[in-house]
Write a protein that binds this ligand. Structure first.
Ligand SMILES: NC(=O)c1ccc[n+]([C@@H]2O[C@H](COP(=O)([O-])OP(=O)(O)OC[C@H]3O[C@@H](n4cnc5c(N)ncnc54)[C@H](OP(=O)(O)O)[C@@H]3O)[C@@H](O)[C@H]2O)c1
Length: 248
């Protein structure tokens, strides 16, 4: 019986670590062809080699998702190589938290460029192909922080709230083309994300919070596989999950 994953061509942004890497491993083990996108070329090439050696099908395409031309090039490469795009996982993101009065303007810009514009660029690059196919699945990664805001998470939460809004608008717009959309909002997951916090006091709090309760990245991989693995006429639109002990 088909698992609705085997044989599908899936593009994963932010595949060089954390959630993206875990999803690549899991989906590849379930028979997907995975296209790994991130800026750190060596990491995704090594991962692709590892998956291919283990009997999977993987391709690494170095991509900065904040540059539309690079994201378009990624989509073009996938279509040239495999003839189709079944799934896009818009996962690349960063979380350099800080209170607004620290004026970390470069961090605000990067979060907006990667977490919001990167998601839009991914959608824009794959939509023409998915519309032509009259099938496809776009999965956007938001966060619990897109449902709740706290001091220090204002800009990050704003970007993740934007991802939720974009996902709902997208869902309604692509109905006529038989394209599925899912937004996944994880709570604290043990990845490199918290390493991006540079403000010493904020970083200390976040490290403590993650050390106490963060769950492994395979939690995300299973959530993604659940959404993709549904029969084609079932569209899992939203998944929100947290470590059981996470209050926020
Ligand atoms: N971990 C959590 O607790 C948690 C909770 C909720 C939501 N999330 C979301 O989950 C997603 C993945 O994060 P993670 O936790 O796995 O963190 P991570 O381990 O730091 O991974 C982030 C990934 O994003 C990629 N990335 C960053 N900037 C990029 C750019 N300009 N172009 C292409 N790729 C870029 C990184 O690759 P390169 O540096 O190689 O480009 C890396 O692969 C993010 O959207 C994050 O906001 C995470």
């Amino acid at each position: 019986m088909s698992n609705n994953i085997d044989g599908k061509v899936m593009v994963i942004t932010g595949a060089s670590s954390g959630l993206g890497r875990a999803a690549a491993h899991h989906l590849s083990s379930l028979g997907a062809t995975v296209v790994l996108a991130a800026r750190r070329a060596e990491r995704i090439q090594t991962l692709a080699q590892e998956l291919n050696k283990g009997g999977g099908r993987a391709l690494a395409v170095t991509t900065d998702v904040s540059e539309f031309d690079q994201v378009q090039q990624l989509a073009d490469t996938v279509v040239e190589t495999y003839g189709r795009i079944d799934v896009l996982i818009n996962n690349a993101g960063l979380m350099p938290l800080s209170p607004l009065d620290r004026l970390k303007v470069a961090d605000w810009d990067r979060m907006i460029d990667v977490n919001i514009k990167g998601v839009l660029y991914g959608i824009g690059a794959v939509l023409p192909t998915m519309k032509k196919q009259e099938s496809g699945h776009i999965i956007n990664v938001a966060s619990v922080a897109g449902h709740k805001v706290r001091p220090g998470s204002t800009v990050y939460s704003a970007t993740k709230t934007a991802v939720r809004v974009i996902s709902e608008g997208l869902r309604q717009e692509v109905k006529p083309y038989n394209i599925r959309t899912t937004v996944i909002s994880p709570g604290a997951v043990d990845t490199e994300l918290a390493d991006g916090v540079t403000e010493v006091d904020v970083a200390e709090n976040i490290r403590k919070f993650y050390a106490e309760l963060a769950v492994p990245a395979d939690s995300f991989a299973r959530a993604v596989a659940f959404a993709i693995g549904q029969p084609a006429n079932i569209d899992i639109n939203e998944i929100l999950y947290r470590p059981t002990r996470q209050e926020y």
